[in-house]
Design a binder for this molecule. Structure first.
Ligand code: NIG
Length: 412
């Protein structure tokens, strides 16, 4: 694969206190502002691994050299919550949403998530994998090096397995680090009220067939109850399967507390989270994953990110890319919304989309900061000040994108 060096860069390492060591664990509260900046430095890579991160120029240079001209070099972005594996589209429903119908009423009438379930059940593994690979490529060009992709549009066991297989196949076609999550608890199909319990019963098999894959559910009045989600989590815990929960998107029904109690890695959405839930989160190790693109798309109140960070929670931000509540692939726009509407500082938004996102996926020893020995995933921005990444919107994609040590998009 060879050698590649990025020189003359403002290196935003995302290491806590600029330490050369890899810190494990998400950054909570004020620590989310720590970016570990080297004002003028370099990053060297060999065979897909970072070999040097330091100030000044390297002693010697071999292989490909990118002179960043003082621009920001930072870890590739990490999108820790997406629904990028799906078939069909929802543009007809978008006409209804724009005419004032609610997302939840469309779901209750068998549309929304269930309409994507219908199309996804019909699709072949090959089609799902190819469409996903095409979408992942678009994310790569925006500088996203690691991506979580959920199933959840199958909602019967063979279809969930089909989605996980398609995600695994698409992962073979990209230099990105792709992680699957089994969102078997996304909704309850109208013709199978027992699906949540059936899903819980399949978790032992999931752990065997797809080791490392997390489970996820949607805890909401219009989806699964707290008790149904708890049953899934209890099984998952038994088989050491990481747990994530969509909760408090529209209503606060106790999902956050249950998830913390069951040792969930993340709780995602949280637009309707109340003060007690935020306080409980702040005291826990569970990471809050905010998804502001859905609020931008559907309307409503943004999650209270400022309050979460001020109280000491660890917060990540993700695109939530999906055909229904967030028809976008743009993590950078989610970072912008976190600053514009959730009260984040630009530095907190950077942490939320790199280091803390890596922790949400349990991959922080491999990616999420520029450290010797980690995967060589880095981007060079067009800008010379990292605040541009979150203050700006609809901005230019990165100038250079290096994934697994390979330059994938040199537009210059
Ligand atoms: O995170 N709220 C539940 N799930 C997704 C939306 C999926 C869809 O509408 O297709 C979300 O917003």
């Amino acid at each position: 694969m060879g050698m590649l060096s990025i020189i003359n860069a403002r290196v935003v390492t995302m290491r806590a206190h600029g330490s050369a060591h890899t810190h494990t664990g998400a950054r909570h509260g004020a620590a989310m502002n720590e970016l570990g900046v080297i004002e003028s430095g370099h990053v060297c890579m060999r065979d897909g691994v970072i070999t040097a991160v330091a100030s000044g120029r390297p002693n010697s240079l071999a292989g490909e050299v990118i002179d960043a001209g003082g621009r920001v070099c930072m870890p590739a972005l990490i999108d820790c919550h997406t629904h990028l594996c799906f078939a069909g589209d929802r543009w007809n429903e978008w006409e209804q949403l724009r005419a004032g119908r609610s997302y939840e009423s469309i779901l209750a009438a068998g549309g929304g998530i269930m309409s994507t379930v219908g199309a996804t059940r019909q699709a072949s593994v090959a089609t799902l994998a190819q469409d996903l690979a095409d979408r992942l490529r678009m994310l790569a060009y925006l500088g996203v090096g690691s991506v979580e992709v959920k199933s959840g549009y199958g909602l019967d066991w063979p279809s969930e397995i089909k989605m996980l297989t398609a995600i695994a196949q698409a992962a073979q076609q990209t230099p990105q680090h792709v992680l699957a999550t089994c969102l078997g608890g996304h909704a309850i199909p109208a013709d199978n009220a027992a699906w949540p319990e059936q899903f819980a019963a399949h978790i032992a098999e999931l752990a065997r067939q797809f080791p490392g894959v997390a489970v996820d559910a949607f805890c909401e009045r219009s989806a699964l109850s707290v008790e149904q989600c708890r049953q899934i989590f209890v099984q998952a815990k038994k088989f050491n399967v990481p747990r994530r929960l969509h909760t408090d998107q529209f209503n606060s029904i106790g999902g956050v507390e249950m998830a913390i109690e069951c040792g969930a890695t993340t709780v995602d959405h949280l637009e309707a989270a109340n003060e007690n839930s935020i306080a409980a989160l702040a005291k826990s190790k569970t990471i809050a994953v905010l998804l502001p693109c859905s609020v931008y798309a559907l309307g409503g109140s943004y999650a209270r990110g400022r309050s979460m960070i001020d109280q000491g929670a660890a917060v990540a931000v993700a695109s939530n890319a999906n055909p229904g509540s967030a028809p976008t692939i743009d993590l950078r726009f989610a970072m912008h919304l976190a600053v514009r509407h959730c009260g984040f500082s630009p530095s907190e938004a950077l942490t939320a989309a790199t280091w803390n996102a890596a922790c949400a996926l349990g991959i922080e020893t491999q990616v999420g900061s520029l450290n010797v020995g980690k995967r060589a995933d880095a981007i060079v921005l067009e800008e010379r000040d990292e605040r541009a990444l979150a203050h700006g919107f609809s901005g230019p994609p990165p100038r250079h994108i290096v994934l697994a040590g390979k330059l994938i998009n040199d537009r210059h």
